[in-house]
Structure formats: structure tokens, C-alpha cells
Design a protein around this ligand. Structure first.
Ligand SMILES: Cc1cc2nc3c(=O)[nH]c(=O)nc-3n(C[C@H](O)[C@H](O)[C@H](O)COP(=O)(O)OP(=O)(O)OC[C@H]3O[C@@H](n4cnc5c(N)ncnc54)[C@H](O)[C@@H]3O)c2cc1C
Length: 399
């Protein structure tokens, strides 16, 4: 049997998967195919940089299981590779009475998910942790931290190469042919590669590749732009670590938060606005717009969430409105304290029935495994997700 594995996508998931496959079977040939000229360019390089503790996720879900484990492994990986991963801690702050029940639910989930060291704190202790914060109650997660996931991706790529794996950058997979138990991929330039096993970790384009490989249409990826503001350096002292609001439990986003990163820059954001492209470098892609609008789930989602959509539009268009969200828990922040920052595009899976899929989703066609939904905390959980993928491939080879 051909023991080559093709991995499409050199984001943090593709690279972590390639590394895991080589660690399990060093003789195996692993080839990572990436469209961009560098690794970690898309979601991996444009996110909040938070090593999540595992608080939010439904107990028993893949996210709950893989995030808690993945966070532990991410800290260990960073330590071994000399990458700064700062365990700065995080506060989730309730500012209104009606948020307390949701804070209770988050605490219950965190306990069920075995999130380490999580505690409930009152207003005074909250201010000892973050002097400029105001709220009526909070959860404190000391094990939550920050890291540069692009640096993690580069270190993973080094590990893959050191273990004998191959990275082909600038290889844009344009055609997929799954036949006779194997898979053949062709690049836009006409170069062909074949193997009997493949893993597609294509982020924003995962639905297209899955469909080309014969998987179902459902779910489709819809892009949501996450744009950040940054605090001016002279005002960055307002935030010591990570300050989050209590999120809306019906949405898979965590709300506008304040984050001090490893380079000490403080960001405000992100927004969560339905985007007209899956590529953060572009403003509009007609193919992406057509893919969103031709999906029945998109219309159902828009009918259900039009009010949230309008709020997000305001956040995207007006710095003042976005800052107002952060003022709820750090009232001293003023619109003049911020400037525009970076943005990223979330690859969010949307089901045909209009629901935004919260959990990670894997799909399989023969010996091709597709990662169809890996939004946040996908970067945190990447090393654990890689093991999950390798386990699924091992099981498939036994069948
Ligand atoms: C705004 C934002 C904030 C986030 N915050 C956090 C956070 O704080 N903590 C956290 O844990 N997670 C966070 N996430 C989620 C996290 O970034 C993702 O879960 C993670 O990066 C997913 O990695 P990936 O490798 O699947 O995707 P990507 O990094 O998007 O990689 C996919 C790769 O596939 C390549 N590709 C696609 N199609 C092809 C093709 N046809 N041929 C060749 N290559 C192809 C792309 O070029 C890309 O490099 C956030 C995401 C966003 C967007």
C-alpha cells in the first residue's frame, strides 16, 4: 500500500496534522500542499492569539474535549520551541444583572470541562486583577493566555521538515479526483500528485474541496470578517491581560474583547460581519458572494439574525460603536484612544437549516478526511485536533 499522505493547507491544523502523522509513522511520506507562499497566512495568522481555557463549550463536545487538552499541549509545545506563550489569565465580566445566569452557565460548563483553576470573583477582586475594569461579577481563568499562532505554525513547519516531511508552498489545489480508494490532486499549474490518503485542512475553502472529493454540500462555509482596533500605546495600560464580555450563548462568537498580546499591543474587537470574500486581502469576490447567496442556509440565517447583523454592521462602520461595547466593562476607554488594526476572516460552517455550527466538524470520503468546521478555539486545540485526525485515519485503515 502507498503510505503517502497528502495534507492540503499549511495553516496550524494542516501543519499539526502532518507533524502528528510523521511522529506516528516516521517512514511515512507526508506532503503538505499550500496555495500561499508562506505558512499560517489565513486564519492562523489573523486571529485573537488567545490560548483558550475551554470555558464556553458544551460539555461532551469536540471543542470542550480538544480545547482543554490542546491548550495544555500548546503551552508545552511553545516552551519546548522557545515561543513566548504568556499565561496572562482572563476575566469574563458580567456588567448587568441579566448576565448573571449566563455567567453561572459558563461556570457550570467550565467545571464540567475540567478547565483548570477557574474561579468566580467579585467586583473588588476583579479590580485587583484588572484595575480599570467595572462589573458586578466575573469568572477568572488564570490558565488562559496569549501567543502568536503564526510563530507556532512556523515551528510546526520546521518540525515537519525535520521529520522528513515535504512542504510545497505555492501549490494551489484546483482539482480533486477520488477513485479506486485513492486520491489524485492537480494544482492550478497542472502538476499532479497522488496518494491513497489525504487530509484537507483548507479553512475558508474546506467546503469546496470536500464537495470536489464527493462529500455532501452541507455545511457550507460562510466568511465572517473579524476586524480589530488597537489601543494607542499611551493608553495600553488600561488592559493588563484579557477582558471578555459574557457572550450571547446563541452565537458562536465571543463578543468584543480587550486583549494584551505577546508584543504588548492591546486590541479591541473583533467584529463579526458577514463578508463578501473568504480572502482577507480582498474586499469582494463574486464567487464567494454567489456561494453564500446560493446556499439556502444563508437566507434562513439572515432572516433569523438580521438584528445582530445590523449591530455588527454598525460595529464595522463606526469606531465609536465598537468602543462602546468595550466601555461596558472598561469605561475609561474613549474613541480617541483607538486606531484601526488588523482583520481576519473566520471560516464558519453554516448548515442548510440556517444554523451556525458551533462544534468542530470532520467528514470522511473513503480515505480522505475533511476538516469542515474548525473555528475558534481551533488554533488553541490544533495539537489535539491533529491527534483526533490521525486516530480517525488509523481507524479508517483498519476497516
Ligand atoms: C478573527 C479570528 C479570531 C480568532 N481567534 C482565535 C483565538 O483567539 N484562539 C483560537 O484558538 N482560535 C482563534 N480563531 C480560530 C483559529 O484561527 C482557527 O481555528 C485556526 O487558525 C484554523 O486553522 P486552519 O489551519 O484550519 O485554517 P487556516 O489557517 O485558514 O489555513 C487553511 C489553509 O488552507 C490553504 N488552502 C485553502 N484552499 C487551498 C487549496 N485549494 N490549495 C492549497 N491550499 C489551500 C489556505 O491557503 C490556508 O493557508 C480565530 C479566527 C479568526 C478568523
Amino acid at each position: 500500500m502507498d503510505s503517502t499522505v497528502l495534507v492540503v493547507g499549511a495553516g496550524i491544523l494542516g501543519l499539526a496534522t502532518a507533524r502528528e502523522l510523521l511522529a506516528r509513522e516516521p517512514e511515512r511520506r507526508v506532503v503538505v500542499l499550500e496555495r500561499e507562499p508562506e505558512v499560517g497566512f489565513h486564519q492562523t495568522g489573523h486571529n485573537s492569539g488567545v490560548i483558550h481555557g475551554g470555558i464556553y463549550y458544551a460539555p461532551g463536545s469536540l471543542k470542550a474535549r480538544l480545547c482543554v487538552r490542546g491548550a495544555r499541549e500548546m503551552y508545552e509545545f511553545c516552551q519546548r520551541h522557545g515561543i513566548e506563550a504568556r499565561r496572562c489569565g482572563k476575566l469574563i465580566v458580567a456588567t448587568r444583572g441579566d448576565e448573571l445566569a449566563r455567567l453561572d452557565e459558563l461556570e457550570r460548563r467550565a467545571t464540567a470541562n475540567e478547565v483548570p483553576e477557574l474561579r468566580r470573583v467579585g467586583p473588588e477582586e476583579m479590580r485587583e486583577i484588572e484595575p480599570h475594569v467595572r462589573g458586578i461579577a466575573a469568572l477568572h481563568s488564570p490558565a488562559t493566555g496569549v501567543v502568536d499562532f503564526r510563530a507556532v505554525a512556523r515551528a510546526l513547519a520546521d518540525d515537519v521538515r525535520a521529520a522528513g516531511g515535504e512542504l510545497r508552498l505555492g501549490y494551489d489545489v484546483a482539482a480533486v479526483d477520488v477513485r479506486n480508494g485513492g486520491v489524485r490532486l492537480r494544482s492550478r499549474g497542472g502538476d499532479e500528485v497522488a496518494a491513497d490518503t489525504a487530509v484537507f485542512c483548507a479553512g475558508g475553502w474546506s467546503d469546496r474541496l470536500a464537495r470536489d472529493a464527493g462529500a455532501g454540500e452541507d455545511p457550507r462555509i460562510v466568511p465572517f470578517r473579524g476586524a480589530y482596533l488597537t489601543l494607542r500605546p499611551e493608553r495600553a495600560g488600561l488592559v493588563k491581560s484579557l477582558i471578555y464580555p459574557v457572550p450571547d450563548p446563541t452565537l458562536p462568537f465571543l463578543g468584543v474583547h480587550l486583549s494584551r498580546h505577546v508584543d504588548d499591543e492591546v486590541t479591541v474587537g473583533p467584529t463579526a460581519l458577514l463578508a463578501a470574500t473568504r480572502d482577507p486581502r480582498r474586499k469582494l469576490s463574486l464567487a464567494d458572494v454567489a456561494a453564500t447567496l446560493s446556499w439556502p442556509g444563508s437566507w434562513k440565517m439572515m432572516r433569523r439574525w438580521w438584528r445582530t447583523g445590523l449591530t455588527e454592521m454598525k460595529h464595522a462602520l463606526s469606531t465609536r460603536t465598537l468602543v462602546r461595547e468595550a466601555q461596558r466593562y472598561v469605561p475609561e476607554i474613549e474613541p480617541d484612544d483607538v486606531q484601526r488594526g488588523h482583520s481576519g476572516i473566520r471560516a464558519q460552517a453554516l448548515a442548510r437549516d440556517g444554523s451556525l455550527i458551533d462544534d468542530f466538524v470532520f467528514d470522511q470520503t473513503g480515505r480522505v478526511l475533511h476538516v469542515r468546521n474548525a473555528p475558534s478555539p481551533g488554533a488553541t486545540a490544533s495539537l489535539a485536533i491533529a491527534r483526533e485526525i490521525a486516530d480517525r485515519l488509523d481507524q479508517a485503515s483498519l476497516r
